[in-house]
Write a protein of this length. Structure first.
Lengths: 225, 138
């Protein structure tokens, strides 16, 4: 996978079109659209309680198949959090684009949104008050507990590389700062905007950011050291 | 005409929110209070259906669209739900283009760390809701 860093156009000096093509298509040979659609539909539409659990399931599949590195996933998660609307749909769109260009985006977005929309439409049309049934409530609670575990797993997988780096003290301070801002009453978006502003003036956390880090971070996502 | 209004109102709500149910206050303001396209009870039902079904929590806008304008409204709700997600492509392209710059890399690192921190209270809240619901049912 590292050999892809030598691709022309991915070095930051080539024409913009070539860089974008290299950025979104460099894994197209190993990402069939059908499989991408199936994985997204399966992982997004089998979780209850929010999209972060689904994002964690997709990360595990993408990384296990060698379609994406953990660091690339981190960038896509950051993008999804900065995109308005539903985070998991932004994640699917960005991941689809990263893996297979606009076709991948379209397939992933449709796979993530159409099945659940059809279910919701049918439930609305039938005026089914499913949430009032005890059995459904119990099932929902169990589903939410599973989602809760996946949420913590997602946080751990994102933080792990940073906590293993030499900047771990700064990482812990940032974590504490973000949590403090949240508990003071700031909305998540404001917390993320403040974090972005702090990040702009922060010393880089890993070696690849300093010199020719473009090759390792842009094309393969890189891993914080 | 009604469908376009429903789409415009829903997309306004989804474009100005950054997570699933964050669009709810804007939707209530527009659909229940200002235009009276649906009742509070219907809105509550839409949210319940959204939470009870698998998939994104933000998909409740499909039910909102349905209650406001029938099946064309549901389609408008689906379109309003996916429209903001398309912004992720230029955002990702821009970030990846500048990711070789230390400042951009630090910015992304900071967002990842802060975003991970925000998962912790969300997970605690979700776990607490689940346990309370289980206790109530059992």
């Amino acid at each position: 996978m590292e050999s892809r860093i030598a691709e022309p156009g991915a070095t930051g000096r080539g024409p913009r079109r070539a860089r974008l093509r290299a950025g979104c298509h460099n894994m197209s040979r190993v990402t069939p659209l059908g499989q991408l659609g199936w994985i997204v539909a399966r992982d997004v539409n089998r979780t209850i309680g929010g999209g972060y659990a689904a994002m964690e399931l997709m990360r595990r599949t993408f990384v296990a198949r060698g379609w994406m590195t953990g660091a690339t996933n981190g960038v896509i998660v950051a993008v999804s959090r900065l995109t308005p609307g539903t985070n998991v749909l932004a994640y699917c769109t960005a991941a689809g684009w990263r893996l297979r260009g606009w076709r991948g985006s379209a397939v992933a977005l449709a796979a993530a949104s159409v099945p659940s929309s059809i279910i919701i439409f049918l439930m609305s049309a039938a005026l089914v008050r499913v949430a009032t049934y005890r059995a459904v409530q119990a099932g929902l609670a169990v589903g939410m507990l599973v989602a809760c575990v996946l949420l913590f797993a997602a946080a751990w997988s994102l933080l792990q590389p940073y906590l293993r780096s030499r900047a771990r003290v700064r990482v812990v301070a940032m974590l504490a700062g973000a949590l403090a801002l949240y508990f003071v009453g700031l909305t998540p978006v404001r917390v993320l905007l403040i974090a972005s502003a702090v990040g702009l003036f922060m010393r880089p956390m890993h070696e690849s950011s300093r010199g020719d880090g473009h090759a390792t971070t842009h094309t393969t996502g890189g891993t914080p050291q | 005409m009604m469908v376009f209004v429903v789409y415009a109102l829903l997309v306004k709500a989804t474009l100005t929110s950054f997570s699933g149910l964050a669009s709810l206050p804007q939707i209530r303001q527009d659909f229940v209070e200002t235009r009276r396209l649906m009742s509070d009870e219907q809105l509550t039902q839409a949210v319940l259906i959204g939470r009870a079904s698998p998939g994104p929590v933000g998909a409740y806008v499909v039910a909102v669209g349905y209650f406001a304008a029938g099946w064309p409204g549901a389609v408008a709700g689906w379109l309003a739900m996916i429209t903001p997600a398309l912004l992720a492509i230029p955002l990702l392209a821009t970030i990846e283009r500048w990711l070789h710059l230390p400042r951009m890399r630090s910015l992304v690192d900071a967002v990842i760390i802060a975003g991970s921190a925000l998962l912790i209270p969300a997970g605690i809240q979700l776990g607490r809701d689940a346990l309370v619901q289980l206790w109530r049912v059992l």
